[in-house]
Structures are given as C-alpha cells and as structure tokens.
Design a protein around this ligand. Structure first.
Ligand SMILES: Cc1cc2nc3c(=O)[nH]c(=O)nc-3n(C[C@H](O)[C@H](O)[C@H](O)COP(=O)(O)O)c2cc1C
Ligand code: SF4
Length: 507
C-alpha cells in the first residue's frame, strides 16, 4: 500500500487520529516477524513472557487440554472475558446487538465463557443506561441469550457438555451512570478520583445499611442466574467498581472498612448467602489483582492535535497511599500483591471455585487494565510499550497460580499479543502459569480465533485486534460498542460514519 493510502487508512481506523501522534511510539506487533524477534523485543524491554516457536493444534497444544472445573471436564483452555456492548434497552433487556455478541462468544469455541458481560443487580448500580440488568423482568431476555450462546456453540463444536457459562454480577459504584450522567456511589473519599471526576466536598460514602441490602441483591441475582441455567456467577471485584473499591476502603469506618477482614466482608456475606440459598451454584470472582495510582495525559506532551503520554497523577501529598487495593502505600505507581494474595487465600477458604485475574481500571489507568497501542478518547498515549503491561498481568497471575495450583484461574490482557497470542498462551499454560487464556477485545474482532488455532493451527491476521480502542471510544461518545474497524457488521453501521466525522472534526 502506498504511504499516503496507509496514512488515510490509519486515520479511518483511529477516529481520534487528530489527537494521536502520526506514528505510535512503540513498534507495532505486526512488524515483528518471528518468535525469535519477539523474544528479542521482550528481552530489550525487560518483559518476561514465555513464547513458543510454532502454533500447536489440539490435542497436542496445551491450549487444547481439557481441565476439570466445577465438576465438568472443560474441553480447552480458552476463556471469553466479559465484554459489554452498551447496547441493552433502557429496561436492561438485550437487543439484537447483544444477541449477536453472545452468539459470537458461543461460536468462538472457547470452553469457558466468563460472565458474558457485566449485568447490574440494582438499577442505580448500572454503568450506563444500556447496561443489562438481572431481574425477574429481564429473565426471559437473559435466558434467550444463554440459549443462543449454547446453540451456537453446539453448532460450531458439536457439544456443550464441556462448556461452562457464568453470569457476571456487578454494581458500578463510583462509575454509576444509570441515566447517562455520572451518579457515583462511593465506598470512601478518594483524594485523586474525587477531584478527577468532580465529586462535591460533601458527597457521602455509601452507608453500611445500603451494603447490607446490596448483599441480598447479589444473592437474589445469583438465585435467578441459577434458575435461568447459568453454571456459575461472578461476584465482580475489579476495574474500580464498587466491590473492588471496597477492598481498598482502609479509611472507611464501620463494618465494611478498615481492616482487610472488614473490607472482605461483602464477599464473605455474599458467598454465605449463596451457599445458604442457592446450594450447588458455583461462585467465581473477577479480581483486579493489583492497581496503580490514576494516570492522565502529560500536559507537557499534549498539543492542539496531540494527546499526551500518560503520567501518574501527583501522589506525593497522599502518602501513605491508602486509596487502592494491591498498590504500594509508599510508592503508588507500583503494584503490591501482599493484600491481594491474602484476599485470594480467603477466597480459597470460602470455597470460591473460579478466579479471573485482571488489573487496574479502564477509567483511571487503562494502560494497566487493557494494554493498547492506541488510546481511547478519554485516555492517554501509552506510557510504556504495551507488551510490558501484558507481561505485568501474566506474571502477577502466575504468582497467584503458584500459590494455589488447584484453583482454576483465568488470565487477562492477552489481546495485545496479536500474532503471538497463541504462542505465548500455549507456553504460559504449559508452564502452569495460568489455566485459561482469557480473550477480551480479540473476541470482538475475531471470535473464531480459538477454533482456528486449535483446529487448524493458524490465524487470520486480517482479523486480529490491533488495539485501536474504538470499542471503548464508541461508548465514551454515546454509541454502542463493537469492533468498528474490523467487524463488517459494525463497519456498516451509521455509528461508524459518526466516528469518521469525529475524526474530521477533531481539533
Ligand atoms: C468494550 C469492552 C467491554 C468490556 N466489558 C467488560 C465487562 O462487562 N466486564 C468486565 O469484567 N470487563 C469488561 N471489559 C474488560 C475485558 O474483559 C478485558 O479485561 C480487557 O479488555 C483486557 O483483555 P484483552 O486484552 O483480552 O482485551 C471490557 C473491555 C472492553 C474493551
Ligand atoms: S476490538 Fe476492534 S475496536 Fe476494539 S480495540 Fe480491537 S481492533 Fe479496536
């Protein structure tokens, strides 16, 4: 392709291209030609990731090995991460967009479908007015989604006997937008996030009574999930949402704050409630295993047509930093796994059956949570080669796996590996560093990746997610989420044209 055409194409793929430097500051994965070159790049970055030389097919691939989970022998080691689409009805019911996404999850061939997408247990806990809800009113819609997912899987793979499907239960806490406007429900006052998101000085933390009632709503949602036929529920503790924020509520008084024992009370009570009222339902937890101080674009690096590189918010006046979970108190731009490991020990004691490890938050440090070369419209240029972010997540998850070898554990952050995803994934699983390779954005652009890898030992490079972040920018601009650059279905929507217009109108 001639350089001018390549530039035009790049602009179309990046609606905020006017805010993005002409060329990314780190080598694109697609320019790394071999596994040997990839290992050389990792070594230069000091990023430690195992990487095989050849993609293996099932049954010889470690990714094709079955694993016994929750009494079922799951057929492979791919998991689909929860991916919401901001595309439900205002009543919390699915639409055709939602149905298509869940069908794609089923068609992927992954044998563990983690939660499908965040579903709010109370109306005020929705992250946006189009988030799905779990309630008697939405039950028929959820059943339809689950049935369609299983039907697609059966058609693609021949059986659903080796498939496990959960439902992710959530309350969005600080990031609630039930009517579109930010309506934060916070666990504690946060000196940086309160300022960043414009909370007034008298905005109160949520009461203990509210949390007590919320425990019952999670248990009720779990009961419903079981009746609808889901195999497990995820009591979501990640990405800055309410239950994750509670884990860091050291400065909160009362029964849900202060000691780690108190901060973990919510999970203990939900687990006890589910065991008492929904015996036999498996429980999973998606956890942000570590965190960091919020980041923002460096003003010194930001120009009229140029989004700056991410730098940490000033934290020196917030020490000791008691405002996060899994973040170093004396240097909060670094993770600290000591409390998260104790929390995982507690989960094991409680009999939590599945653990899905993520990190950080898409709202205040997206490069930690979903390593990408191109930032979403409310982000910043990556402050590190995104490969460093992938290695950070993979290595942290391996620490948990080494401590609890028999707890089925799912890893996150693999999409940025692109061509090298199967090579790293199979090496990581073989080394026992994780049980399941979780796929997030990759399932939006290329749902059939697990089947292509395991059945044919190949990848369709044209469909690999290149982390352009449109699936995040779209919703930030009030649109449904989807892979606008690579999925022909979304490319044909009017929203794709609107994203293009935004590109033209950016300063
Ligand atoms: C569009 C979009 C929607 C997401 N929805 C959810 C969600 O509903 N629940 C959740 O726990 N994580 C959600 N995530 C985070 C992903 O599950 C995953 O952790 C993240 O994309 C990193 O994985 P990846 O590198 O494979 O994409 C979402 C991410 C994106 C980009
Ligand atoms: S899934 Fe598509 S829109 Fe989302 S980051 Fe990947 S390429 Fe971009």
């Amino acid at each position: 392709m001639p350089p001018a055409a390549r530039r035009r194409r790049h602009r179309w793929f990046c609606p905020d291209a006017a805010l993005i430097p002409e060329a990314p500051r780190y080598p694109r994965i697609s320019t790394i030609k071999s596994a040997a070159d990839f290992r050389t790049r990792l070594a230069a970055l000091g990023a430690v990731l195992p990487c095989d030389d050849e993609v293996l097919q099932a049954p010889s691939s470690p990714l094709g090995q079955p694993l016994q989970v929750c009494g079922r022998r799951l057929g492979n080691r791919f998991a689909v991460q929860p991916m919401e689409g901001w595309d439900g009805t205002e009543d919390g019911l699915p639409t055709d967009y939602t149905r298509r996404r869940w069908a794609n999850f089923g068609r992927s061939g992954a044998k563990l479908i983690w939660g499908c997408e965040a579903c709010a247990v109370v109306p005020e806990g929705r992250a946006n007015p189009h988030q799905l809800m779990v309630s008697d009113q939405t039950a028929p819609g959820l059943v339809e989604l689950l049935t369609r997912l299983r039907d697609e899987h059966r058609q693609a793979c021949g059986t659903v006997d080796d498939l496990l499907v959960g439902l992710q239960l959530t309350h969005s806490g600080r990031f609630c937008r039930p009517s579109g406007r930010l309506e934060p429900i916070i666990a504690y006052r946060h000196p940086i996030l309160d300022r960043k998101f414009g909370l007034s000085d008298d905005h109160p933390p949520v009461s203990d009574d509210y949390l007590d009632r919320l425990v019952d709503r999670f248990v009720g949602a779990a009961r419903l999930a079981r009746q609808l036929g889901f195999d497990f529920v995820d009591v979501k503790h990640c990405h800055g949402y309410l239950l994750h924020e509670l884990l860091g509520a050291r400065t909160r008084p009362g029964r849900y704050g202060g000691s780690l024992e108190n901060r973990a009370r919510f999970l203990r009570e939900v687990v006890a409630g589910i065991r008492a009222e929904v015996p036999g339902l498996a429980i999973g937890v998606r956890l942000s295993l570590f965190d960091m101080v919020p980041f923002h674009p460096d003003p010194a690096d930001t120009g009229a047509r140029h989004m700056g590189r991410g730098i940490p918010e000033t934290w020196e006046d917030c020490l000791p930093y008691h405002y996060g979970f899994g973040v170093a108190a004396d240097q909060p731009d670094r993770p600290d796994l000591s409390e998260p490991l104790q929390f995982v020990d507690l989960m094991v004691e409680l009999g939590v059956e599945l653990l899905n490890l993520s990190a950080g938050s898409p709202y205040y440090n997206p490069h930690i949570q979903r390593p990408a070369l191109f930032p979403p419209s409310d982000g910043y240029q990556p402050p590190e080669d995104p490969l460093v972010g992938v290695a950070r997540q993979v290595q942290a998850a391996a620490v948990v796996k080494a401590r609890h070898p028999s707890l089925p554990t799912i890893g996150t952050g693999y999409t940025y590996l692109q061509e090298f995803l199967p090579l790293v994934g199979q090496a990581v699983v073989r080394a026992g560093m994780i049980d399941f390779v979780g796929l997030g954005r990759m399932v939006l652009s290329y749902p059939e990746l697990p089947r292509d890898v395991l059945e044919h030992g190949r990848l369709d490079r044209r469909r690999l997610c290149r982390t352009f972040s449109h699936c995040t920018t779209g919703p930030r601009q009030g649109m449904v989420s989807g892979c606008y650059p690579l999925d022909p279905f979304y490319r044909a929507l009017p929203e794709a044209a609107r994203l293009k217009d935004l590109e033209g109108s950016a300063p």
